[in-house]
Design a protein around this ligand. Structure first.
Ligand code: HXC
Ligand code: NAP
Length: 286
């Protein structure tokens, strides 16, 4: 399981292409949070379709290791960039560095996020603010920087990684639910404002995804029981989300904008959401 350490993820041993393997030849994707978890696999699968990538997050050593692994396995260029999405100056500098190296950014994936299990009653002011700043402000900061530096004049696709948390007010997730709901709203607003410039803005809302920091932090002792409750009877995989990102960035989705696509095996509609039960089972994480 991926840990919140400085150790980068490894690529898959094999990947079955559904789309044309040269789908993104000559294109460049900028991926925040691309050094680990779901967004590492998004980077890998885009690169397996001949896309060049930039992966950006706070831990330089991890994005460096991740970029090396991604390039070695896929044969495509990957530039690691250290930046904190909460800091506009760092974000603009990172995007400008990417522009100097590649001259374009056709796809932006806003995946950087922070989360933990916490009842609202014991959450500090700063804890709430921290998650909103990483998820929501980070998504705006990076979108605006990429817009200013490239997409305003050239169009592109922005993919916002969201969650289903806010669909039914998930307990112990007041901060992340608010942050992701705001992202979904931003997906709509930016799609409307930037659509005439040839920019599509689309969200992807994963359900519980196996072998990720997110599930390690949020599910705890409940992890084993998750597949049983999901209508499709399995956890999601990182590739499920990456394949959706490939579809969204491809011409097959050229008339889709402003929407957030749920990729969760039907989970949010049926998952239990009882505060007392979850508090009891999550004691070890609080
Ligand atoms: C309560 C907590 C807390 C916890 C931190 N805080 N962890 N409060 N419970 N477990 C509080 C701190 O006490 C502090 O408030 C404030 O949050 C900021 O904490 P810092 O550690 O200073 O922040 P920072 O170093 O910026 O780290 C941010 C972080 C961290 C979110 C807290 O966990 C992180 O970097 N996470 C990135 C990786 C991650 O979370 N990945 C999972 C994404 S999954 P005070 O008041 O003390 O100053 C995901 C899934 C969604 O999003 C849906 C799944 C189904
Ligand atoms: P993850 O591996 O922890 O990914 C989060 C990434 O964000 C990390 O690479 C982290 O790198 C980066 N990051 C955090 N704070 C940052 C900051 N301030 N600036 C720049 N980068 C920052 O977790 P994951 O589980 O794969 O989640 C990936 C995405 O999917 C997130 O948007 C998450 O909300 C979403 N999601 C996940 C699940 C799930 O089941 N896992 C479900 C629904 C939605 P650094 O620490 O190096 O900064």
């Amino acid at each position: 399981m991926a840990a919140s350490s400085t150790i980068a993820d490894k690529c898959m041993k094999a990947y079955n292409h559904v789309f044309n393997p040269s789908l993104f030849k000559g294109q460049v994707a900028f991926i925040t949070g691309g050094g680990s978890g779901i967004c590492f696999t998004i980077a890998e699968v885009l690169m397996r379709h001949q896309c060049s990538t930039i992966i950006a997050s706070r831990k330089l050593e991890r994005v460096q290791q991740a970029a090396e692994e991604l390039s070695k396995v896929t044969g495509q260029r990957c530039l690691p960039i250290q930046m904190d999405v909460r800091k506009p100056k760092e974000v603009v500098a990172g995007v400008q560095q990417a522009m100097r190296e590649f001259g374009k950014i056709n796809i932006l994936v806003n995946g950087a996020a922070g989360n933990f299990v916490c009842p609202a009653a014991s959450m500090s002011f700063n804890a709430f603010k921290t998650v909103l700043e990483i998820d929501t402000m980070g998504t705006f900061n990076t979108s605006k920087a990429v817009f200013d530096e490239y997409m305003r004049d050239n169009g592109g696709v922005i993919i916002n990684i969201s969650a289903t948390l806010a669909y039914k007010a998930t307990v112990l997730q007041c901060h992340a639910s608010a942050a992701k709901a705001a992202i979904d709203s931003m997906t709509k607003s930016l799609a409307v404002e930037w659509g005439p410039l040839g920019i599509r803005v689309v969200g992807i809302a994963p359900g519980p995804i196996d072998d990720t920091e997110g599930i390690r932090k949020l599910a705890g002792p409940l992890a084993e029981s998750i597949p049983k409750r999901i209508p499709l009877r399995r956890m999601g995989t990182k590739v499920d989300i990456a394949d959706c990102a490939v579809f969204v960035a491809s011409p097959a989705a050229s008339y889709i904008t402003g929407d957030t696509i749920v990729v969760d095996g039907g989970d949010w509609m049926t998952a239990p959401n009882d505060a007392e039960m979850r508090l009891e089972s999550m004691k070890s994480l609080l």
